[in-house]
Design a protein around this ligand. Structure first.
Ligand SMILES: *[C@@H]1O[C@H](CO)[C@@H](O)[C@H](O)[C@H]1NC(C)=O
Ligand SMILES: *[C@@H]1O[C@H](CO)[C@@H](O)[C@H](O)[C@H]1NC(C)=O
Ligand SMILES: [Cu+2]
Length: 311
């Protein structure tokens, strides 16, 4: 009942303004797609460039599930304490629990190469007792990160920060440094022991964000020769040098991960699972850049239809 009343209220409110809506813009996005086959999976990576300045990176995974044989052919037969390494997904087949990680090397140059990485920490402040019926409010504390170790970032839902890359010498007309922020979305952290050999090599999954000074020899988060490596040349080793990253040509590393607990639908070929993150302008434009985009007219938009596709 409350919902219906609220809808009615919004509808009523919008009536007097109806005549002032003159135009709308269709959303136009440039998508740059790569599809790579790595082992038993296909990774579809889309870079979506939007007219509002947002760059969204979408990662989709599909492929042939990693399975191993078992003598069980029904879930009821498996004792609870048995370490099967995954659920039964078909008769005599266990879908092994595993992870996928995709680490992005983002060589950020906001207006010029020299940039700083800023943590915008959201903090709860408490009101003075008796001063207000309100107990708490939010504010932000900005911290310009000085060196690499401070930029080894693990996400925390209850102690959040935004992660901005700014050009301290390029200010907007009202004095904010020009910037873009990294906007995380669904991701995962490695749960393996740090001293596990695979985790030595994939130590770049120890954090979700890292920032390093640009170095041409530090391009591959797992090192150049991953399979032959023992983890001596990974992002974690470089970052532990704790070099200065303030007002420098910096690289932001973002790791997008998936824990994969297989189910029956993933076998024999799994439907695509996706996740994403975004790079969003933060004081890079003086106002919403969409307002400067010319209205699109129908003839500028060759759109697909069943007829044109078959012609
Ligand atoms: C499963 O693994 C745990 C930990 O290693 C071990 O204590 C337990 O005995 C194992 N269970 C079976 C049935 O092998
Ligand atoms: C650049 O990277 C290589 C490989 O990690 C390293 O040996 C070298 O010291 C780095 N240079 C600087 C200036 O950090
Ligand atoms: Cu998987």
């Amino acid at each position: 009942m409350i919902v219906i009343l609220a809808l009615f209220f919004l509808r009523f409110q919008s009536l007097p303004f109806q005549n002032s809506i003159r135009e709308a813009r269709p959303k136009v996005t440039l998508v740059v797609r790569t599809a790579s086959t790595v082992g038993n999976y296909d990774y579809i990576i889309d870079w979506e460039f939007q007219e509002d300045g947002l760059i969204r990176v979408q990662v989709g995974l599909s492929g042939m599930l990693m399975v191993k044989g078992t003598h069980y052919n029904n879930a009821d037969q498996i004792p609870e304490e048995e370490n099967t390494s995954g659920p039964l997904v078909s008769e005599n087949l266990i879908g092994v629990v595993h992870d996928h990680f995709v680490t992005f090397h983002l060589d950020m140059d906001i207006d010029e190469p020299d940039n700083s990485f800023v943590k915008v920490h959201l903090v709860k402040e408490e009101t003075v007792p008796g001063e207000s019926p309100r107990k708490s409010f939010l504010r932000t504390k900005k911290h310009v990160v000085k060196s690499e170790k401070e930029a080894q970032i693990k996400f925390k839902l209850y102690d959040p920060s935004e992660f901005h890359v700014v050009n301290p010498s390029q200010k907007s007309k009202i004095g904010n440094p020009s910037g873009y922020k990294v906007v995380p979305a669904g991701t995962a952290a490695s749960l393996l022991d740090h001293n596990d050999p695979p985790q030595h090599r994939s130590a770049f999954t120890d954090n979700q964000i890292w920032v390093t000074p640009y170095n041409r020899s530090e391009q591959w988060a797992g090192g150049l020769l991953v399979y032959q490596g023992k983890g001596e040349n990974t992002l974690a080793v470089w970052s532990d040098r704790d070099r200065s990253i303030e007002n420098k040509d910096i690289v932001v590393w973002y790791t997008l991960g998936f824990h994969h607990v297989p189910c029956q639908e993933d076998y024999p070929i799994m439907p695509t699972v996706s996740s994403s993150f975004a790079l969003k302008p933060a004081n890079f434009f003086n106002s919403n850049p969409i307002l400067h985009v010319a209205p699109t007219v129908q003839k500028d938009l060759p759109s697909c239809s069943a007829r044109s596709a078959s012609a």
